[in-house]
Design a protein around this ligand. Structure first.
Ligand SMILES: [Zn+2]
Length: 64
């Protein structure tokens, strides 16, 4: 059976880019930082291109 693409059944989740700054989906979001906590897993934050430009965010891995 063919796996048809139905826009009404579009999957939601982290597979598609998500911007934590404007809190919306984005095709240009990249990982910015991993905030380490005292307990529990770290928090990953993603930002899209416009938000990175506005906030002068540096992608994770390109930080000094
Ligand atoms: Zn954004």
């Amino acid at each position: 059976m063919a796996n048809t693409t139905d826009p009404t059944l579009a999957p939601t989740g982290p597979t598609y880019g998500w911007c934590d700054w404007h809190e919306g989906p984005s095709g240009t979001a990249v990982l910015i930082s991993v905030v380490e906590q005292c307990s529990g897993p770290g928090i990953t934050r993603y930002a899209c291109a416009p938000c990175r430009e506005q906030r002068r965010l540096v992608p994770y891995g390109q930080q000094p």
